[in-house]
Design a protein around this ligand. Structure first.
Ligand code: ADP
Ligand code: MG
Length: 624
């Protein structure tokens, strides 16, 4: 910044910083579609300035023009192509003008310049969120003059003038009243913004809920409704307005998945305008730095990130809650202690849950998107809060042995159950396709019994709070006490290894595996698989074992029973091998470790590679 003139009563010239020059250059030369947002930005600044003076006057009456109405006035002159916006807000001193319009917000400037490299974004829309909204005026202006007088009683009026080139001028000005006047000489291709009807439309579209009256021209009729969007009746709001509000709050470039707008009078008065984003991850540009809802009371923002209005598992919800029933003196610090808060939470939670249930019913595709992004939050909610879990049950979705492609609800599953099925079966594992190979499923596949595939890392945690759905207990297939039908027993008998031989086999397994297993037994449930691992009675259940594993606790492979399939050809052939041969050793080890692997319990799968290599070498040497 170069100060080229030291005389206090004359104009001084300053140069914009390099980044700011770049920003102005982008704004002047890019063909942004949404140029009309400049008006929103200037009106939003006027509204901020009016808010500031209102706040100041709560404690300080010693201000310039204490009786002035808090308003915004717009006038336009089509012939000269000028537009003027004047507020009776807090105004600026000379130093403030230089700082606020000349030098500050450098990080915002840089971020905007950076984001503007993505030519696909119509970035003008979002300029306000970068903290550089004022500069958007250069999309439509040949020059801009800001004349302002601070609320401080002895302050002098000052004016700031720029054309969007390298320099701006600051000079003393004449202005008797408090506030800020912005005069804009419109570019030749922007004279539409000197048309009153056009201005009125823009205000309706972007600034209708500015909290101070806006007037145009000589007209004494207020243009804006002055009601915030969340207090406006649903029937008067367009889809586009809902989306725009969401963008204003979050700076999320993607449309929200759904919005929830409820105005309730009883039992408590509450205005809720909530959104479910379409992505669970906040973008780097996001304005929202934490979870939480904006909490208003009587139009005043009390808490920007309130976390007491929704349970943890709905913390992805964005938006505004406004209640007149909160006490007058409530603040961010005290709001937590307000007796009304638990009731508000109950109502707000109910509204979100109901909306999700409706979505699940009425728009399956959207709901699936939701589930893909936020399902894990709901599962976590069940784990953390088993008492409230029931309300989440209808929202859960699963892949199953019957349908690997689509999501099924618990209700879908129950609807498909055979008449005599009394339990809901599930299997835990790492991912659907590998879990489908689990020996625990042998029996269920044969019976045609559907099994839920719980392969999300959060699933084992969820199961801690999900033991029952309606009247049906959830049962792990690895533990389920199912009896193989008589018929399949008979069938199996045909191919079965004789009892004596099987005893010998079991002994070899026991010798080789030693105390790595608690026992080796014949299985009644296996058909396709060689072996499976099951838990001895009284051990920690398999879900919990996975929880421990995920939590990274000192994790030892729990000792299990190895069940062998008496009809499996590999075991039959194993008998032929000479006892205690090297080959038998290798195969038994591999059977055990494969069983560990499909169980998701193998501590170090790559350690199997040398053994597999040995086995290959043995096969190849036979083939020679
Ligand atoms: P932001 O509003 O995000 O701070 P802007 O670029 O829109 O960024 O405005 C920059 C600053 O200029 C504001 O923070 C404020 O200090 C000052 N300013 C702009 N317009 C006015 C106004 N009408 N009255 C008082 N100060 C204003
Ligand atoms: Mg602004």
């Amino acid at each position: 910044m170069a100060d080229t003139n030291k005389n206090k009563n004359e104009a001084q010239s300053f140069t914009f910083k390099a980044d700011t020059k770049q920003l102005l250059d982008i704004l002047i030369h890019s063909l942004y579609k949404d140029r009309d947002v400049f008006l929103r930005e200037l009106l939003s600044n006027a509204s901020d300035a009016l808010n500031s003076i209102r706040f100041e006057m709560l404690t300080n009456q010693n201000v310039l023009d204490p009786k002035a109405d808090l308003t915004i006035r717009i006038s336009a002159d089509k012939d000269s192509g000028t537009l003027t916006i004047q507020d009776t807000g807090i105004g600026m001193t000379k130093d403030e003008v230089i700082e606020n319009l000349g030098t500050i917000a450098q990080s915002g400037v840089r971020n905007f310049v950076e984001a503007a490299k993505d030519k696909k974004l119509d970035l003008a829309q979002f300029i306000g969120q970068f903290g550089v909204g004022f500069y958007s005026v250069f999309m439509v202006a040949d020059w801009v003059r800001v004349t302002t007088r601070s609320y401080k009683p002895r302050s002098k009026a000052v004016s700031w003038y720029a054309t969007g080139e390298d320099e701006y001028q600051v000079s003393p000005a004449k202005m008797s009243e408090r506030g800020t006047k912005i005069e804009i000489k419109l570019k030749e291709d922007a004279t539409e913004f000197a048309e009153e009807f056009r201005l009125k439309n823009i205000i309706k579209k972007h600034s209708d809920y500015i909290g101070f009256p806006i007037f145009i021209g000589e007209d004494d009729k207020q243009i804006n409704k002055q009601t915030p969007l969340w207090r406006t009746s649903k029937t008067e709001i367009t889809e586009e307005q809902y989306k725009e509000f969401y963008r204003q709050v979050t700076l999320d470039f993607e449309d929200p998945l759904v919005h929830i707008h409820n105005i309730t009078d009883a039992p408590v008065q509450i205005y809720a305008l909530l959104y479910i984003p379409s992505k669970s991850e906040r973008s780097v540009l996001s304005l929202r730095k934490e979870d939480g809802l904006q909490l208003y009371s009587r139009n005043i923002l009390i808490d920007d990130y309130n976390k007491d209005l929704l349970p943890e598992h709905l913390r992805f919800v964005q938006g505004v809650i406004d209640s007149e029933d909160l006490p007058l003196n409530v603040s961010r610090e005290t709001v937590q202690t307000v007796g009304l808060m638990p009731r508000l939470k109950k109502i707000v939670t109910g509204q979100v849950m109901k909306e999700l249930e409706n979505l699940a019913k009425n728009d399956v595709e959207k709901y699936n998107t939701f589930w893909g992004e936020f399902g894990v939050y709901l599962k976590q909610g069940i784990a953390a809060n088993p008492l409230e879990a029931e309300s989440v049950h209808p929202l859960l979705r699963f892949k199953t042995t019957q349908n690997l492609e689509e999501w099924s609800s618990l209700e879908d599953y129950v609807g498909r159950m055979a008449k005599d099925q009394k339990e809901i079966y599930f299997i835990v594992g790492d991912e659907p396709t590998s879990v489908m190979l689990s020996p625990h499923l042998d029996f269920f596949k044969e019976q045609g019994t559907e099994v839920l595939l719980l392969t999300d890392p959060m699933d084992p945690f969820m199961l801690m709070g999900l033991t029952k759905y309606k009247d049906y207990e959830l049962k792990n297939v690895a533990q389920a006490d199912v009896k193989a039908s008589e018929k399949s027993d008979e069938e199996a008998d045909v191919k079965k290894i004789s009892d004596n031989d099987f005893k010998t086999l079991i002994e070899s397994f026991k010798n080789i595996l030693g105390d790595r297993v608690t026992d080796v037994q014949a299985s009644k449930r296996l058909s396709q698989s060689i072996a499976r691992l099951v838990d001895p009675d009284g051990s920690v259940n398999p879900e919990l074992q996975r929880v421990y594993k995920h939590l990274g606790k000192e994790y030892e492979v729990p000792k299990k029973i190895l069940e062998l399939n008496p009809s499996h050809p590999i075991l039959k052939n194993l008998l032929v091998l000479k006892e205690k041969s090297e080959m038998q050793n290798l195969i038994v080890e591999q059977i055990y470790e494969s069983a560990l692997l499909v169980e998701g319990l193998h501590p170090d799968p790559s350690s199997m590679v040398p053994r597999i290599q040995q086995l290959m070498e043995a096969i190849l040497s036979k083939a020679e």
